[in-house]
Design a protein around this ligand. Structure first.
Ligand code: DC
Length: 221
């Protein structure tokens, strides 16, 4: 079974998806981490970001694996390195590149082909797994999302202000929404949940209820 969780940056998708996957005994797939890893590879090779072919070459040649919620790029553990403010700011080049997207979509489908999976991203319900059994769209207000990202970056030792994070988040939201293929969209059959005012535990409990409800519905059909 595949459970998709899509939504904007900072809605709490990763933590919730991870918790839900643990609860269900499913694999967790963080697809944003893939776009970040390709971006990190591009940064290290100091590519010209306007050269879309250079990024495609990097993505096509990258050995990207995500075992146990870690991210390995060409054998190196980059789980932490892909979370910096700089990577976050540059990731739109990978996300906007249609050939890179197709390579990563293929990899996502391959990873989830034989394993029950909770997958998290922007286009999981609409593009990558349109036939997923359970689709969830997670949201939260702009300020709550920016506050989460801000605290996360501070805890990683980054020097940023809340206003910087909020303004970058608005830019990213716009880019995610405007992206023609693979952009952020709620699928018609997704169930929406706002995480405002909910603890992580409460979000996970609600997700578990949604998944159970879906499984029961399907069994009755
Ligand atoms: O969820 P995140 O912040 O780790 O995602 C990093 C970037 O990758 C974000 O700008 C949107 C993009 N992304 C995407 O285009 N498609 C996905 N399935 C996941 C992330």
């Amino acid at each position: 079974m595949i459970v998709t969780i899509d939504g904007p940056a900072g809605a709490g998708k990763s933590t919730a998806a991870r918790g839900l996957a643990d609860h269900l005994g499913y694999r967790f797939l963080d697809t944003g981490a893939m776009y970040r890893a390709i971006t990190l590879a591009g940064m290290r090779q100091q590519i010209d970001w306007q050269d879309s072919e250079a990024l495609v070459r990097i993505a096509a040649g990258a050995d990207l694996t995500l075992p146990d919620d870690q991210v390995f790029l060409n054998g190196e553990d980059v789980t932490q390195a892909i979370r910096t403010f700089e990577v976050t700011s540059l990731t739109h080049y990978a996300a906007d590149n249609q050939t890179v997207r197709q390579l990563l979509v293929d990899l996502q489908q391959e990873i989830a082909a034989h394993t029950d999976t909770v997958t998290e991203g922007r286009d999981q319900a609409t593009v990558v797994f349109p036939h997923a059994e359970c689709k969830i769209y997670l949201t939260a207000s702009d300020e709550v999302r920016a506050q989460r990202r801000y605290e996360d970056l501070l805890s990683r030792g980054e020097k940023v202000t809340f206003d910087e994070v909020l303004s970058k988040q608005k830019q990213r939201d716009l880019r995610d929404l405007k992206r023609e293929i693979g952009g952020l969209r709620k699928a018609e059959d997704s169930i929406e949940l706002s995480t405002d005012g909910l603890t992580t535990e409460q979000v996970i409990q609600q997700l578990v209820q949604i998944v159970r409800g879906r499984v029961t519905d399907k069994n009755q059909v």
